[in-house]
Design a protein around this ligand. Structure first.
Ligand SMILES: Cc1ncc(C[n+]2csc(CCOP(=O)(O)OP(=O)(O)O)c2C)c(N)n1
Ligand code: SF4
Length: 261
C-alpha cells in the first residue's frame, strides 16, 4: 500500500496588520476578536495601513493597542474621541479610528461623543455595544436592555430608576456633522459580511473627508451575560436586535460647510 501524499495549501491567512506575536486575550465567545480581524481586513483592502492611527479604549478595548501592527495609541476611559480628534488634527493626512465601549462612549465619554459629532470630526468610531461594563464585572451600561439583570441591576433594569437604553448609532445619525452611521452585528456569517461593508464605508467617508463616521457593533459578552457562546448568538438575534435594529441610519457624501472638496 502506498502512503497517500499529504499536500498542504494555505486557504486563509491572518491579516498582515494583525500582530501575530500577541494573542487575543478576550473571554471565550467574545465578539471583539471577530471585529478586530474585520478592522484589519478593511484597512488592508483600502490600502491605508501606512497612514492609519488607532486608539484603544479604556475597557476591554484597552488591549486593542497591542493587537494591531499599526500606529496605536492607548486610550483612557471616557475622552477617547477627544484624543482621536487631537490625533487627526495634528496629523490631518492620517486615518484615525477609535474603539469605544458602550459604558465608555454612552456614559463617562458621552460629552466627548456629542462634541465630536457636533464638530463633524473626520474620524471613524467603532462603538462596541455589549449591553454592560465588560471589564469591570458586568455592571449596567447605558445600553443595558430593560429588564436585563446586571451586577448593579440585580432585579432587572427598571427605566423608572435607571432610564432607557442608549441608541448611539441613531443619535450620531441625528447630528449634522455625521457622514455615516450604522449598527451592525457579527453573530452570523451573513451579518458579518454586511458589517464589513459598513465598516469599509465608514472608513471611506473619512478618506474622502466627508465628516464623522461610526459603526455600532452588537457584541456578545458571555462571561457577564452568564450565557454560553451559542446562547449569546440567540440573545443577540432575539433580544438585542429587538431594542437595537440593524442597518444604516445615515449615509451622505457631502456636508455643507464641513466636507473637503
Ligand atoms: C476615568 C475612569 N473611570 C473608571 C474606570 C474604571 N473602568 C475601567 S473599564 C470600565 C468599564 C468598561 O466598560 P465599557 O466601556 O462598556 O467597555 P467594555 O469593557 O465592555 O469593552 C470602567 C468603569 C477607569 N478605568 N477610568
Ligand atoms: S468581559 Fe466581555 S467584552 Fe470583555 S473580553 Fe470578556 S466577553 Fe469580551
Amino acid at each position: 500500500m502506498t502512503k497517500k501524499e499529504i499536500t498542504k495549501e494555505v486557504v486563509c491567512e491572518p491579516p498582515r496588520t494583525r500582530l501575530q506575536s500577541i494573542p487575543i486575550m478576550n473571554c471565550p465567545g467574545c465578539h471583539y476578536g471577530i471585529i478586530i480581524r474585520m478592522i484589519c481586513e478593511v484597512i488592508e483592502e483600502l490600502g491605508i495601513e501606512d497612514r492609519t492611527i488607532g486608539l484603544g479604549g479604556g475597557g476591554c478595548t484597552g488591549f486593542w493597542t497591542m493587537y494591531f501592527d499599526l500606529d496605536m495609541y492607548g486610550g483612557v476611559h471616557g475622552p477617547g474621541l477627544a484624543i482621536a480628534t487631537a490625533i487627526k488634527r495634528v496629523h490631518p493626512d492620517s486615518i484615525v479610528f477609535a474603539a469605544q465601549g458602550d459604558g465608555e462612549m454612552g456614559a463617562i465619554g458621552l460629552g466627548y461623543f456629542m462634541a465630536a459629532t457636533l464638530r463633524g470630526e473626520k474620524i471613524t468610531t467603532i462603538f462596541l455595544n455589549n449591553a454592560c461594563f465588560g471589564t469591570t464585572g458586568g455592571q449596567m451600561a447605558p445600553t443595558t436592555l430593560l429588564g436585563m439583570r446586571t451586577t448593579t441591576t440585580t432585579q432587572g433594569r427598571d427605566p423608572k430608576i435607571t432610564g432607557f437604553p442608549f441608541h448611539g448609532a441613531e443619535l450620531a445619525a441625528s447630528m449634522k456633522g455625521t457622514a455615516y452611521s450604522a449598527r451592525m452585528s457579527v453573530h452570523t456569517p451573513a451579518n458579518r459580511q454586511k458589517a464589513k461593508k459598513a465598516l469599509k464605508t465608514a472608513f471611506e467617508k473619512q478618506i474622502a473627508g466627508v465628516g464623522f463616521s461610526i459603526v455600532e457593533f452588537l457584541s456578545a459578552c458571555p462571561v457577564n451575560w452568564h450565557l454560553g457562546p451559542k446562547e449569546c448568538l440567540d440573545f443577540i438575534e432575539n433580544q438585542m436586535i429587538a431594542e437595537y435594529p440593524l442597518g444604516e441610519f445615515k449615509n451622505v457624501d457631502y456636508i455643507e460647510h464641513l466636507s473637503d472638496g
